[in-house]
Each structure stands twice: as structure tokens, then as C-alpha cells.
Design a binder for this molecule. Structure first.
Ligand code: NAD
Ligand code: UDP
Length: 319
């Protein structure tokens, strides 16, 4: 039986990846320190015979007994509010954490896939963003703690590939959403859904003309799965190219959830990228992959998940 280590397993993406690999017949070793994750996301797996959970901070030395065939490194704070609140941990997860996991991959002769991000493109001057674009990131801005950690992560991963012959994969993940996001993690989709459920106004930052392109979790997991088993070691964009302004999205989500929610405009956070859309030509050619889930369908599934959460989660204030 193949054994896969998944870091960030109690988080949004990590927990869905655990489900996928368990369903594919792998033995899953899940690792998390719960800094932004939730044990509830993996509680259904704890009694599974092919699942083991290790509570551990990936920035500390990692020791795993037995063989490891694959590693997915997804441990990192991922929402702007999280990484502004815990900036040093964010830098460490991308740098020291990645170094530890690459060292482990080398020792175990495992193939490793790292979760990079569209944030490596910063506030992009090329649109849509192909993998060949080098990006426009402020090293010293508030988002730099995340963006630069991820850029370093890509660099050290390529260095391990070149110098140690390690089998590496780099997924540049664009905004992904779905069940198991934290309702109050500040990202726009859980933020809007929480506001709809609490009958509050939707907070549109800036004038809402900035764009994003939202990918449903099932499509993202499929893209990551295919990339892991491809033979391509350079970065690959995984995201949904359907782009929308945040203002239009606010109106759309009100309509999709049968609400006539009002809007309120708040200051645009510093260095908030003005446009973002993945060029997925490479993923289409290489992985024969493209997203299948429409935003309307994905939003409905995500809304249903949040609507069924208990009131204490709905009204929990995190910031
Ligand atoms: P998340 O916050 O839900 O999950 C991250 C998980 O990592 C959490 O469970 C957290 O507790 C854990 N973690 C953080 N630091 C850790 C450490 N030092 N040691 C052990 N565990 C640690 O976020 P997510 O959206 O699931 O993101 C997962 C990964 O995907 C991140 O690396 C993120 O950068 C990347 N990514 C996500 C998106 C997205 O849209 N969701 C986009 C681009 C990249
Ligand atoms: N945003 C917003 N209202 C909110 C939360 C976010 O208008 O309550 C905007 C935010 O400024 C950004 C976009 O939505 O332009 C996506 O934000 P998110 O934090 O989800 O992701 P990221 O900025 O990392 O793409």
C-alpha cells in the first residue's frame, strides 16, 4: 500500500485531499498543528484503518516511522487575515517547514508536491497570468510574509530537484472555495456567506472593481491529484479561469442564495491585487484537466454547508 504524508491536513484543502487519497486506497499520514485548521475537518477519518494523525508543527524537525512514497505540503496559513495576524508563523511554514519536508522527501526517496499560490504573481501586470510571468510582489508589504514565503518555497523546491534529483511538483493554486473553509477566516466567499446568514450587509472592499477567479474544491483536488502523478516538475497553475469583479460577485451571491442583501463599502486592504485570472493552458495540455463545476453550483453547495453549521460558529468573532 502506498503511503502519503499530507501536511495542513486539518485545513480546508488538506482535509479534502485526505478524503481523496483514502478513497484512492492510500495510507494517509495526516499532519497539522491546528493553528488555522479544525480537528472536525478530519474527525470522520480518525477511525479509518488507513489513516493516522500526527499533531506536529512542520517548522520543527519531522520524523516519520516507516516508508513514505508521496508528500503533499499544504501546511500554511492561507487567508490574508490569518497571515497578517500570524506573520512569522506564515514565513516559517513556507520556508523552514518546506525545508524540513524536502529533507524528509530526500531521506524517504518520496515525491513531494508543494502548495504554491497565485500570490507569487502579486498584483500582476500581465493578465491572465501564465506560469512564465515572474510576478509583481512587494517584499516589505503586509502580504509579503505569505507571497515571499511561497516564492522561497518554489525556489528551494527547484533547488532540491536540481541538486538532489528529488521528484518535485509545484501547484500554483488560485482562489479555491468550498465546504470546510472557516466561516470567519476573512476570505471573501465565507465572509459573504456568513454575512448573508447573519442578515448583515456584504462588505465589499474598495469599489469592488478588483477581480478574482474562483475554483470549486472538487476541481482543485482533481487538478492536484493529476499533477502529482504527472512527470512535470515546474510550476503549474491550477484554478478556474472564470473571472468576476468582487462587486458583481457580491450581487451574484445574493441572487444565488435568494437574498436581497445590501452592500457596504470598506477600505481596500493594502497591496490587494487588482486582477487575478489563471492561464490554464499548461494544465489543460499536461494534465488533460480543466474545472467542471460552475460557480452557481459550487456556491450553492458551499452555502448549504455553512447554513447547516451551529449558531455558535456563525456568531463566533475571530477578529
Ligand atoms: P487552511 O488554513 O484551511 O489550512 C492550512 C492548514 O495548515 C491548517 O489546518 C493549519 O492548522 C495548518 N498549519 C499551518 N501552519 C502549520 C504548521 N507550522 N505546522 C503544521 N500545520 C500547520 O488553508 P487552505 O486554504 O486549506 O490552504 C492550504 C494550502 O493551500 C496552504 O499552503 C495555502 O497557501 C495553499 N493555497 C490555498 C489557496 C486557497 O484558495 N484555499 C490558494 C492558494 C494556495
Ligand atoms: N474582499 C471583500 N470583502 C470581504 C473579503 C474580501 O471585498 O469581506 C475582497 C478582497 O479585498 C479581495 C477579494 O475579495 O479583493 C478576495 O479576497 P480573499 O481574502 O478571499 O482572497 P485573496 O485576496 O487572497 O485573493
Amino acid at each position: 500500500m502506498k503511503r502519503i504524508l499530507i501536511t495542513g491536513a486539518a485545513g480546508f484543502l488538506g482535509s479534502h485531499l485526505c478524503d481523496r487519497f483514502i478513497n484512492e486506497g492510500f495510507f494517509v499520514i495526516a499532519m497539522d498543528n491546528f493553528i488555522t485548521g479544525d480537528s472536525k475537518n478530519i474527525s470522520h477519518l480518525l477511525s479509518h484503518p488507513n489513516f493516522e494523525f500526527i499533531e506536529h508543527d512542520v517548522t520543527e524537525f519531522i520524523s516519520i516511522a516507516g516508508k513514505v512514497d508521496y508528500i503533499l505540503h499544504f501546511a500554511s496559513p492561507a487567508s490574508p487575515i490569518d497571515y497578517l495576524k500570524i506573520p512569522i508563523q506564515t514565513l516559517k511554514a513556507g520556508s523552514l517547514g518546506t525545508h524540513n519536508l524536502l529533507g524528509l522527501a530526500k531521506a524517504k526517496k518520496a515525491r513531494i508536491l508543494i502548495a504554491s499560490t497565485s500570490e507569487v504573481y502579486g498584483d500582476p501586470l500581465v493578465h491572465p497570468q501564465p506560469e512564465t510571468y515572474y510576478g509583481n510582489v512587494s517584499t516589505i508589504g503586509p502580504r509579503g510574509v505569505y507571497d515571499e514565503a511561497k516564492r522561497f518555497q518554489e525556489s528551494i523546491t527547484m533547488a532540491y530537484h536540481r541538486f538532489h534529483g528529488l521528484e518535485t511538483r509545484i501547484a500554483r493554486i488560485f482562489n479555491t472555495y468550498g465546504p470546510r473553509m472557516r466561516l470567519n477566516d476573512g476570505r471573501v466567499i465565507p465572509a459573504f456567506i456568513g454575512q448573508i446568514l447573519r442578515r448583515e450587509r456584504l462588505t465589499v472592499f474598495g469599489d469592488g472593481s478588483q477581480t478574482r477567479s474562483f475554483c470549486y474544491i472538487d476541481d482543485q483536488v482533481e487538478g492536484i491529484y493529476r499533477l502529482l502523478f504527472s512527470d512535470y516538475n515546474k510550476p503549474v497553475n491550477i484554478g478556474n479561469p472564470k473571472e468576476i469583479t468582487i462587486l458583481d460577485f457580491a450581487k451574484e451571491i445574493s441572487k444565488l442564495t435568494d437574498n436581497d442583501t445590501q452592500l457596504t463599502f470598506k477600505q481596500l486592504p493594502k497591496d490587494d491585487p487588482l486582477q487575478r485570472q489563471p492561464d490554464i493552458t499548461l494544465a489543460k495540455e499536461l494534465l488533460n484537466w480543466e474545472p467542471k463545476v460552475d460557480r452557481s453550483e459550487g456556491i450553492k453547495k458551499t452555502f448549504d454547508y455553512f447554513r447547516d453549521l451551529p449558531d455558535d460558529v456563525l456568531y463566533k468573532k475571530e477578529h
